[in-house]
Write a protein that binds this ligand. Sequence first.
Ligand code: NAG
Ligand code: NAG
Ligand code: NAG
Ligand code: NAG
Ligand code: NAG
Length: 457
Amino acid sequence: MKSSFPAGRRSPLTIQRTTPKIFLLVAPTFILLTILSLYFPFLWKSNGSAATPASSNDNYPLSSPDHQLRVEEKVGGGTSTASSAATASSSSRCDIFTGEWVPNPRAPYYTNKTCWAIHEHQNCMKYGRPDSEFMKWRWKPDGCDLPIFNPAQFLELVRGKSLAFVGDSVARNQMQSMICLLSRVEYPIDVSYTENERYKRWKYTTYNFTLASFWTPHLVKSKETDSDGPTHTGLFSLYLDELDEKWTDHIGGFDYLIISAGHWFFRPLVFHEDQRVVGCHYCLLPNVTDVPMFYGLRKALRTAFRAINSAKGYKGITYLRTYAPPHFENGMWNQGGNCVRTMPFRSNETTLEGSSLEAYMIQVEEFRRAEAEGRRRGLKYRLLDMTQAMLLRPDGHPSRYGHWPHENVTLYNDCVHWCLPGPIDTWSDFLLEMLKMEGRRSRKDKLVYSDRRLRSR
Ligand SMILES: *[C@@H]1O[C@H](CO)[C@@H](O)[C@H](O)[C@H]1NC(C)=O
Ligand SMILES: *[C@@H]1O[C@H](CO)[C@@H](O)[C@H](O)[C@H]1NC(C)=O
Ligand SMILES: *[C@@H]1O[C@H](CO)[C@@H](O)[C@H](O)[C@H]1NC(C)=O
Ligand SMILES: *[C@@H]1O[C@H](CO)[C@@H](O)[C@H](O)[C@H]1NC(C)=O
Ligand SMILES: *[C@@H]1O[C@H](CO)[C@@H](O)[C@H](O)[C@H]1NC(C)=O
């Protein structure tokens, strides 16, 4: 694996005019943990679970039907809820995306020794991260439980299917986390159709399951027009109404797409629509007016969803994985900002605001739009609503442990990506839970359908 960063070598977070200030406010309430450096090599060994195949089920409590019904509500944006509500009877309503991180001494479920898929710059233990507590949390929704990822169960559910990650290096981060979690059952073989690392394809032969990643940091057609630019981090031209065919041409047969975007829209960008320049974000070019922050993100999402809704042969389920906020404190990424915490926040200790909130809101709004449009065409959309959970994990980033101290990488302290193992592993907990929900839905659909047929006879 080569370059670090989506950017090639520059950070996606360029103009940090809007770095959240929230963490400064809560900073004094936190005490850093003492360093565990002597300890951590043994924690993994004694923890046994890391190398144990997922044969026994007792590690994986079955989820209760109650909260899954609620998942459907939230994720389905209110569609097809009525019928499930009918079967829910006395359900305590539970939104799996709202909750707290609670200790999980059993984690992690793999290490950099058992899993080869960890990207260099997210291999935090290799680069000397002294603490390991950040691996030992699980997400606890208010009012129900979210089961820990069960790799055997997941592979069974996706047998004969295909899943693609569409986005930037955080999408790749998620895919590698999933490969590591699944590695307790099986490793995939590389069946990529190109040498280009940005378009990987993996096959789980026992399960005939295909995993793919498509690199598209802006989701739409884009071009770097200046490698320096006003902030020395490059200047990109975005063609907001034109598809990035490197992924849109290839989604046809996929059963699941996980779309994400965000970090790259902070950089200087020139927006094109209708084949002319319509504005820019901090480009400082003469005659080009600045448009509001995230104008480009909204339009790019819209175009991406339009592509999905009209893609030939695509009948899959589209997940929008919402924005995972960065956690730079005491400065922007290029001004000495860093993320040095070793504990999660509790939900009452921080709130989503500033540009992270705006990015999230835009995503949810465009998701709703796409979902309505997709419904007319029989396509399903689900929200993989990770923002709140990840907001609470300032401790999960590589910080300076994504490279050796003498290495000159542009993102000096990485507070954007996630260490592996680490909190991003939880995204698979959510995904599996949502996939299980699909099973319930389709069984129910069949029941309703056969019921109708019986009646119509
Ligand atoms: C894994 O992490 C350890 C530190 O815990 C480090 O010594 C080792 O080089 C790493 N191995 C790999 C393959 O990354
Ligand atoms: C594997 O899955 C694909 C769909 O992803 C299907 O077309 C193919 O027939 C399957 N192959 C086998 C051997 O089951
Ligand atoms: C900016 O606009 C002025 C007046 O319309 C024009 O003379 C000039 O060439 C433009 N500059 C650029 C860089 O397009
Ligand atoms: C947050 O909630 C916890 C437990 O409910 C409480 O102990 C703590 O004082 C609260 N912190 C703040 C900043 O309100
Ligand atoms: C790091 O790289 C940048 C640009 O690539 C260069 O300007 C800078 O001098 C380098 N710093 C060191 C310490 O090598």
